[in-house]
Design a protein around this ligand. Structure first.
Ligand SMILES: [Zn+2]
Length: 541
């Protein structure tokens, strides 16, 4: 398949349009009755059919075979086929987002508008991303719209209507294109898969639709990626190759740390997400998506469905729902939007999410500190930098109670929760159950047991579990988010504590190096300082 699916199967009639029912009906009526406007403004997100609709309207207006009272173009006459091929001289399509578009558009409008069409009835200008036009081009356009020639139709399309001058908007018929609903997208995905002879399981269709987030074009390009696997039967396992569930899972892990107010774990995780090559902007987009669904679930009748997230992470999302209540979610959404704004200009892509983390958790410490009169802007340094603390063994039931206290912290009386930095285990206990831990890990991940074969526990102090493995490659693998999260959970199971995992290479005391005494490297400190600077707090020693 050489042609992109979205081109190959681009709707060619009003009837084939995906979603946008009210717009379709209105335009069909106008074509049927011959009462067509001189200027249209199509507003809406990308990939929902603005340009496609513009072309169908152009086609219908100029179709040689269309009978009076009909709306659909024939798609076989010379006019229709030349529009399909993009060679019609009566349709001028300008992409204002491209540089040449902006430069030429003024001339194109001024010169083009007064050339009378020969064969067809209408000369149609389709200007995509119209908000990108220069002032000079807008002025030329405005002049034309004030006294439009009888045979000219302008169709302006934009994703950002607030950047279009009000004088232009007031002269247009405005149509607001909406994101396409799940069922319409599902139908579309199944139809195209059929055309391509692909067999998708229901789970795969759900995932394609979810990835698309209401954009037909995105749904089609995801489907295109599946088609490129050159396998006609696409089951969930094969789809896993294309969309690792880890993207949304990564967001869930982040939210879990935020819910527990665990700054260190959250920032650690964000660094790992960045290291895994997940795009910071896409990650924040996913985070907003999840926060939105959590918010809807708590404030409306719309509950989160398995299809909204993923079967694998669904139980954890439901648990998050119990932990993040409306007020915290509202705060989170505001911070996510802020981070999304920053991410475009940040030279450190993961920094905005980290700032959001510190602010979100900092807000809670503010509520703890109100009674003591501490500066609310301060961050307890030990939350991010484990310092030697009083040794304390934390049993599982205690840690559960503390988590519960943390999740209720907003509503209940302020309680100073124990930080992960407080958790330590005696070496004897660590060694005693190490073998059990290693054999237990296969419950979470089969590769883990292999990686931990022959490993030695060093210490569990200040919330950090250090241990040695035989090979650097194994240590690197264990730092991988997926492995690390699996190991964290296995440790929770066996020892009843939640800790950071610090694998090292080596078998004895020699292998410890500086890692034991200073688990945070100097660069981490700099990083923390940068965070604090951005956020305007101060580090408490
Ligand atoms: Zn035709």
């Amino acid at each position: 398949m050489s042609l992109a699916l979205y081109r190959k199967y681009r709707p060619q009639t009003f009837g084939e349009l995906v979603g946008q029912q009210p717009i379709r009906i209105t335009l069909e009526q106008q074509v049927k009755s011959g009462r067509v406007g001189h200027a249209y403004l199509f507003v809406g997100p990308r990939g929902v059919g603005k340009t496609t609709t513009a072309r169908i309207l152009a086609k219908a207006l100029n179709c040689e075979n269309r009978k009076a009272g009909d709306a659909e173009p024939c798609n076989t006459c010379v006019s229709c086929t030349s529009i399909t091929k993009g060679s019609s001289l009566n349709i001028l399509e300008i992409d204002a987002a491209s540089h040449t578009g902006v430069d030429n558009v003024r001339e194109v409008i001024i010169n083009g508008v007064h050339v009378v069409t020969q064969k067809d009835k209408w000369k149609i200008f389709i200007i995509d991303e119209v908000h990108m036009l220069s002032t000079a081009a807008f002025n030329a356009l405005l002049k034309t719209l004030e006294e439009p020639p009888r045979y000219v139709v302008f169709i302006l399309a934009t994703t950002e209507s607030h950047k279009v001058p009000a004088t232009i908007i007031s002269r247009c018929q405005r149509f607001d294109f909406k994101l396409v609903a799940q069922d319409a997208l599902t139908k579309r995905v199944r139809l195209l898969a059929d055309y391509e002879g692909m067999k998708l399981t229901d789970g795969v269709v759900e995932r394609v639709v979810r990835e698309a987030r209401g954009s037909v074009r995105d749904a089609e390009s995801v489907l295109q990626q599946l088609a490129s696997l050159e396998e006609k039967n696409i089951a969930d396992e094969l789809a896993d190759l294309l969309f690792p569930a880890s993207d949304m899972e990564a967001v869930v892990v982040w939210f879990e740390s935020l819910a527990k107010k665990n700054v260190a774990a959250a920032i650690d995780h964000l660094e790992a997400v960045h290291g895994a090559g997940i795009d910071a902007g896409a990650f924040l987009g996913d985070a907003l998506y999840l926060a939105h669904h959590l918010l809807l679930a708590q404030t409306s009748a719309k509950k989160i469905a398995v299809a909204d997230v993923d079967a694998k992470i669904f139980p954890r999302v439901q648990e998050l729902q119990q932990r993040l209540h409306v007020e915290r979610l509202l705060r989170l959404v505001a911070l996510l939007y802020e981070a999304q704004d920053l991410v475009r200009t940040s030279t450190i892509p993961q920094l905005p999410a980290e700032v959001a983390t510190v602010k979100f958790c900092g807000d809670l410490s503010q509520s703890h500190d109100e009674d003591t009169g501490n500066d609310p802007g301060t961050i307890p340094k030990r939350a991010a930098t484990p310092q030697p603390q009083k040794t304390e063994v934390l049993q599982k039931n205690e840690s559960v109670e503390i988590e519960k206290a943390e999740s209720d912290a907003v509503q209940a009386e302020p309680i100073q929760p124990k930080k992960e930095g407080d958790i330590s285990l005696p070496l004897a206990r660590l060694q005693e159950k190490w073998h059990t831990l290693v054999t237990q890990t296969k419950k979470y991940n089969h590769a883990l047991q292999f990686l931990l074969e022959g490993s030695t526990p060093f210490a569990c102090e200040n919330g950090c579990l250090t241990f040695g493995v035989g090979y650097k490659m194994h240590a690197d693998k264990l730092r991988d988010t997926k492995m690390r999260n699996a190991l964290v959970r296995a440790v929770e199971d066996v020892y009843g504590v939640t800790v950071r995992i610090l694998p090292e290479v080596g078998k004895g005391a020699n292998g410890l190096g500086n890692g034991m005494a200073h688990p945070m490297q100097p660069s981490d400190d700099l990083h923390l300082q940068e965070l604090v600077k951005k956020f305007g707090g101060q580090i408490i020693e």
